[in-house]
Design a binder for this molecule. Sequence first.
Ligand SMILES: Nc1ncnc2c1ncn2[C@@H]1O[C@H](COP(=O)(O)OP(=O)(O)OP(=O)(O)O)[C@@H](O)[C@H]1O
Ligand SMILES: [Mg+2]
Length: 508
Amino acid sequence: MAQPPFLLSARSIVKSFGPTTVLRGFDLSIAPGEVHAFLGGNGAGKSTFIKIISGQHERDGGTLEFDGQDLGASVAAHVDAGAIAVVNQELALLPHLSVAENIAMPRLRRATRMYSERSSKALAVDALSLIDPHFARESVGRLVGELTLHERQLVEIARALGSGARLLLLDEPTANLTAAETGRLFAVIRRLIADTGLAVLFVSHRMREIRQIADVCTIIRDGKTAVDRAALDAITDSEIVECMGQSVEPDEHAGAAAADAMQIKSEAGATLSLSQGDAITIEQAGIRVEIRRGSIVGLAGAPTGPSALINALTGLAAGNDWDVRRNGAPMRYASPSAAARDGVGFISGDRANKGILETLPIVDNLVAAQRIVERRSVARNQEVQQGTRLLEALNIRAGSLWDLPSTLSGGTQQKLLVARWLPLKPKLLVLEEPTRGVDIRTKREIYALIRKMASQGTAVVWWSTEYVELVELCDTVLAFDLDGHPTGVLTHSDVNETRLASATGMAA
Ligand SMILES: Nc1ncnc2c1ncn2[C@@H]1O[C@H](COP(=O)(O)OP(=O)(O)OP(=O)(O)O)[C@@H](O)[C@H]1O
Ligand SMILES: [Mg+2]
């Protein structure tokens, strides 16, 4: 078969970080007009490769051709000229600038005219309207620092979609989008492809959406190309999982990992004050849910509703419409640390803002919750030992405990946040998209860990935009409408994706 003329062709790419070799002669080619799924487990090297072809990392070896032209060392110039646009896995917006400024900036830099507030607003509204006209009008003047992760994700995607690039690199753009938003994003991508012949490299761990949008896939494993441009029609999910090296039965391993990790006790015997018999109830506008120990209560719907409840439970917002009670008395926390000391754990998929301490080494990240609970600011010797055991028990791939969390892949950072709460056995664990960006196997590990915590008496509240996750894991699901109001409670036997879609007003 004749080889199509590729828009981008990467050959024998090599990249190491210090002693860690990530890419070992990796090949990938993208044709114009295609959506190309880039698949591989957590830490396989996907983001590293994307950063190389978007000029953010330098490669140690290999060749890159764009539009038939050898790029040599000039990748950054191509990105700068607007030919390649990227949405990074960890978002890269400037918090102190407005939405309009963030969207317009890359293009204004290339423009010859002076900066004008009006023109950047117009540019931003056009770009955002591709995805959500309502959000476009309401958000352009706001500061990015005030937006939720979810909104920032939309802004960053809009910036790339509206950039006029010929190659779009999307590193897990849908990891925090609702099904409806993902559907709109896909519609825009299809339209741009039909109009401009755009090519898209798309990273996601969600098989269903990969099949909805992508034509071909390349699978990376151990830094090499395990599958090169396979048509998605010709490869099954289980073949893909096998090629990624993820087909080992993970539940067994995860169950063992959970057991191991729970053995890792805080030497000082952290005391959490919520006690065994506590009953927590949440109530708003006549809808009441009891959060029992050992049960998993799911939250479904667009972010507004679940976020308000999560804020009320974790001490992030002092007053809102939720009446939260413990044994009948109001339960209100002045701060997240007060909540933590009372036995309320919190794991968010918004790693960068609500979890990862980016300037502190991995070991401090692992014991952070424990230090808060024990009101300690100084490190203890056994923390190193405990950190090492947690990394082993959870199978976390890290260079050393003293490396910064930014040296870990996105999914691995997520595991770090889960590890933080295991030895503490919180009484209530509040989860906000805890499997954001996590690969298929690690997801099963996290499910097993959370289930294990529930079986040991932790009450769990779990918000997810993935309905399958809620259906599989939750005993009860509280649904919210698009305006953030609770609409009803579904019990396990009633929960399915269709019911959740109608209760939340969002298609699955
Ligand atoms: N700046 C860095 N310094 C050291 N190691 C790094 C650095 N960046 C990435 N790595 C390592 O490179 C490997 C690949 O990471 P990468 O982020 O490319 O994985 P990924 O395929 O994108 O994973 P995920 O699905 O979790 O996002 C990981 O083992 C990671 O720890
Ligand atoms: Mg990544």
